[in-house]
Design a protein around this ligand. Structure first.
Ligand code: SF4
Length: 230
């Protein structure tokens, strides 16, 4: 069910003050089997999967954009969720392997043209991942930085022609950690080694406590977003 813009705006106001768990529940009720949860298995994503599995009546549809250069810890966590949570995990891979990308565009594209690399390995695969759905759930939070401050609990995703649900939009880092710890949700051990935000191996470094949490992504480039949420 594709919602009209007026209805989306109305829901954004209604959902603004709801706890994330209730937003997840309302979204699953509303979109039924036409909604999918985006997961890179970061802290927000594991919390969302946990909430969705608790709220859903059946299996939760989850997808991961597997760039094929994620951290080993991320792959281990993904496997753990597949085995222990009632999810249907779709691993969406790029059309080109890393070797094919190297042959076509040159080696280490991420170090020269990260926008193009993200386009090939994340942005295009996202379009495939969302095809046929009416809504997707993401872990966007306003506290993640200036580029995310305008995020709403539900919004129209004009680029992909569906709704985008952001249940954690109002949560602080502390609230997110408190949920994950109190519910004993499995999480990536890299979060405790200076990686608040975890992407591909080549484009993620640890950050100091005083740094912006997203400073460890594409360090050395002005880039702060992979293009999935623009
Ligand atoms: S984060 Fe880096 S390696 Fe991953 S797709 Fe983007 S540029 Fe490529």
């Amino acid at each position: 069910m594709i919602l009209e813009s007026d209805r989306i705006a109305e829901l954004a106001v209604l959902w603004e003050d709801l706890p994330p768990q209730e937003i997840v529940e309302a979204a699953l009720d509303l979109f039924q089997d036409r909604i999918t949860v985006a997961s890179s298995f970061g802290l927000e994503d594991v919390a969302l999967i946990h909430m969705a599995c608790r709220a859903a009546k059946g299996t939760v549809d989850v997808f991961c954009l597997d760039t094929e250069v994620l951290f080993p810890e991320t792959y281990t966590l993904m496997q753990r969720f597949s085995e222990t949570y009632p999810i249907r995990l779709r691993r969406i891979v790029p059309q080109l392997t890393i070797a094919q990308q190297g042959e076509r565009y040159g080696e280490r594209l991420w170090a020269r043209e990260p926008d193009l690399c993200c386009k090939l390995r994340k942005v295009e695969p996202l379009e495939r991942a969302l095809h046929g759905y009416d809504a997707w759930v993401t872990g966007l939070r306003r506290a993640q930085g200036p580029t995310r401050q305008g995020a709403k609990a539900i919004d129209h995703d004009g680029r992909h022609g569906l709704c985008k649900v952001n249940p954690l939009v109002r949560w602080s880092d502390e609230e997110l950690w408190a949920y994950v710890r109190s519910e004993e949700v499995p999480y990536n051990p890299l979060h405790e080694q200076g990686y608040p935000s975890i992407g591909c191996v080549h484009c993620t470094r640890a950050v100091a406590p005083s740094e912006d949490p997203r400073a460890g992504r594409w360090a050395g480039f002005a880039k702060t977003e992979c293009g999935l949420h623009l």
